[in-house]
Design a protein around this ligand. Structure first.
Ligand code: ATP
Length: 251
């Protein structure tokens, strides 16, 4: 019997009106993988994440998450939005924010039960923020905010965690700690797909990379992506581009 994959995308095409954002995208991710999704501005990374989330409908092709399709698939996904998409000036605690990850289960206005608090504390423990749970979110650093959003996405124990550019605006030590966190989550069985513009970081720390530019240009273990042509094709740059040195390949 074949194992049910956390993510299976087959022959996906997505258009916004007449504009084709993605075509013929096929990707499968196994449990416990930590995969980087990279490509230039406008390559379709966010579109792919939004299609997996069920927010953007495919023109053709299929998406399944843990063997489910449609709304059932979307319920299996934990989504970590970009930090600036979240209202940090609300006077609420970390714990309250993480608890909102359970709203689809709890419904609005229902009081959480012991099991919900336990799920919340487990998620906070995963991101090393349990001791700070009563802090107001406005007081947090960028790295701590990112961890709160990750805990909120983890609280329902998703089969697939989608991260949309988690490193934007963070300093290198904070990025390194987040990479450590993602490694640990994957080692404990979580499955992560992360879009990022941190090419050097992704190349060194994501075990597998998917390079996209409207379609999949390459999908391989990071250590095997040594051919500069692949990077030039993905980013539409020439052999003199500093991008190649940045990812450690030279033409
Ligand atoms: P970035 O790295 O800049 O965030 P991206 O790889 O995430 O880019 P997308 O945001 O998925 O790329 O955009 C892919 C293409 O689809 C772009 O040409 C973009 O202009 C277009 N696009 C994205 N969202 C919409 C929308 N809501 N309506 C129309 N076109 C859109």
């Amino acid at each position: 019997m074949t194992a049910v994959l956390p993510l299976h995308v087959e022959g996906l095409a997505v258009s916004y009106g007449d504009h084709e954002a993605l075509s013929d995208v096929s990707v499968s991710i196994s449990r416990g993988e930590f995969v980087g999704l990279i490509g230039p501005n406008g390559a379709g990374k966010t579109t792919l994440l939004r299609t997996i989330l069920g927010i953007v409908p495919p023109k053709s092709g299929a998406v399944s998450v843990a063997g489910e399709t449609g709304r059932a698939a979307a319920r299996r996904v934990g989504y970590v939005p970009q930090r600036h998409d979240f209202a940090w000036d609300y006077p609420v605690s970390i714990e309250q924010v993480v608890m909102t990850g359970l709203t689809p289960l709890l419904g609005w206005g229902r009081r959480p039960k012991q099991e919900h608090y336990e799920a919340c504390y487990t998620a906070l423990r995963h991101v090393d923020m349990l001791d700070l749970r009563e802090r107001t979110i406005g007081e947090l650093s960028g790295g701590q905010r990112q961890r709160v959003l990750i805990a909120r996405a983890l609280v329902r124990k998703p089969d697939l965690l989608l991260l949309d550019e988690p490193f934007t605006g963070l300093d290198q030590p904070t990025i390194d700690l987040l990479f450590d966190l993602f490694d640990n989550l994957a080692a404990s069985g979580a499955t992560l797909l992360m879009s990022t513009h941190d090419l050097a970081g992704a190349r060194h720390r994501c075990p597998r990379l998917i390079l996209v530019n409207k379609t999949v240009i390459a999908d391989a273990p990071s250590a095997q992506l040594n051919d500069p042509e692949i990077w030039m094709k993905t980013y539409g740059v020439g052999p003199d581009s500093s991008l190649l040195a940045g990812v450690g390949v030279s033409a």
